[in-house]
Design a protein around this ligand. Structure first.
Ligand SMILES: Cc1cc2nc3c(=O)[nH]c(=O)nc-3n(C[C@H](O)[C@H](O)[C@H](O)COP(=O)(O)OP(=O)(O)OC[C@H]3O[C@@H](n4cnc5c(N)ncnc54)[C@H](O)[C@@H]3O)c2cc1C
Length: 392
């Protein structure tokens, strides 16, 4: 039977980036993808490179916001990873890091911005709070309703349609085998160490396994008899027709669900975490093989928020809306690292892994080869080890 150093399950950004890092370092790698490369959240997302603490971390009280602020340590590393990615891959990923503004329209939300900036500055992220006029001096397209903003000079966006295919191409060029249209159906531990991975039409032995299967990660972990508290969530995205350059920044809202940016082609991409509805399986559970359905109130709410913050958007036609599915963990932080009770089995899923994915990949690849893993401690699966007391 074929033997590799590392088998990777999932051909999204995280899996492809890890395959690239590992094979560049000389490991033999087989990446197995159930559909096509970039078929999951990595190809459906908003492309935001957001290094400020996300609004979702702030809306459930100070205790959770405080805990979530630890993610800033990884965001700081991600800034540098994104700055070097196009050069490292020798590819145009439409990376733009012209800065980001998280805006507030009420006094309560201004206070939230200030508390957020304090946390971020404490963690070493360069963020400043500015008033509405100062925000409009940087971003004249912002509405008069904007009272203040947190400005981060490093934020921006990249093109989700090109990043993961470029990573997959680089992984292949470095020697990785990429197997598409092959779903993994079994992950078994071998008596002498390592794992057997099997799916439709293949089986192989691997010394180590990385499950980087986005919203499918919890289901894949059950193949290894493990619980992993990751839950699928369906989100909405919208794109307007193309227009002349007007929004060079990433714009987010601290109190409303909104992210917006202008792509290299001129479309405005509007999202921000508005829910869609997952398809259900008869008898319970969600059917991730079917597209999530759009919720009309999410569409109108998302567009209302966009127009309130950038009024010029009201003159543009909406050309496309779509739903995408990603994974959120029990404590909102990503789950990335080796499973303590199953040495050799690694997980990387959850959270905003477009922004953080290249960093997860670099750190996991290095830790798999015996390098330091301290940077991943805050997102380690070890924090959920109690769920696996009767598993493994
Ligand atoms: C609408 C939307 C907007 C978002 N916006 C942003 C954003 O602006 N910024 C940001 O940082 N993050 C954003 N995210 C989150 C981000 O897209 C994801 O965190 C990231 O893409 C996850 O990448 P991944 O490689 O872990 O998973 P995915 O890209 O989901 O890839 C997982 C892959 O695993 C494959 N797979 C599943 N089961 C199996 C199996 N049995 N065998 C083999 N392969 C399997 C799937 O086919 C899939 O291709 C957004 C997500 C969505 C849905």
């Amino acid at each position: 039977m074929k033997r590799v150093d590392v088998a990777i399950v999932g051909g999204g950004l995280v899996g492809c980036a890890t395959a690239w890092r590992l094979s560049t370092a000389g490991a033999s790698v087989e990446l197995i993808e159930a559909a096509d490369i970039n078929a999951g959240a990595s190809g459906q997302n908003a492309g935001s490179l957001h290094f400020q603490i996300e609004r979702r971390f702030l809306e459930n009280g100070d205790a959770l916001a405080e805990q979530a602020s630890s993610i800033v340590a990884l965001s700081r590393i991600a800034v540098e990873d994104w700055r070097g990615l196009e050069t490292a891959l020798n590819a145009d990923l439409h990376v733009s890091m012209a800065g980001g503004l998280m805006v507030a329209e009420t006094a309560d939300h201004v206070a939230l911005l200030e508390r957020k900036a304090t946390r971020e500055q404490r963690e070493g992220l360069k963020v400043r709070t500015i008033d509405g006029d100062a925000a409009r001096a940087i971003a004249p397209y912002l509405s008069a309703s904007v009272l203040a903003a947190n400005h981060s000079a490093d934020e921006g966006h990249a093109d989700p349609r090109t990043v993961t295919p470029a990573l997959a191409a680089a992984a292949r060029a470095a020697g990785a085998t990429i197997r598409t249209h092959s779903a993994v159906h079994a992950i078994g531990r071998r008596a002498g160490g390592g794992f057997t991975i099997a799916g439709n039409g293949f089986s192989l032995h691997a010394d180590q396994v990385l499950i980087a299967a986005g919203a499918w990660t919890a289901a894949l972990c059950t193949l290894a008899n493990l619980h992993m508290p990751l839950y699928p969530v369906a989100l909405l995205m919208n794109a307007t027709e193309r227009t002349a350059p007007m929004v060079p920044h990433l714009v987010q809202h601290v109190g409303r669900r909104l992210s917006l940016k202008q792509t290299h082609a001129g479309n405005l991409l509007i999202g921000g975490g508005w829910p869609s509805r997952l398809a259900q399986l008869p008898g319970g559970g969600f059917d991730l093989s079917r597209r999530a359905t759009m919720i009309p109130d999410s569409l109108s709410g998302n567009l209302r928020a966009a127009i309130d913050v950038v009024p010029a958007i009201s003159r543009l036609n909406l050309i496309r809306s779509w739903t995408g599915v990603t994974a959120i963990s029990a404590d909102q932080l990503p789950i990335v690292g080796q499973v303590p009770r199953m040495p050799g089995l690694w997980i990387a899923a959850g959270g905003s892994a477009f922004t953080l994915g290249p960093t997860f990949a670099r750190l996991v690849a290095s830790a798999m080869a015996g390098g330091p893993s301290e940077a991943l401690d805050i997102v380690s699966p070890a924090r959920f080890e109690h769920l696996n007391g009767f598993m493994g």
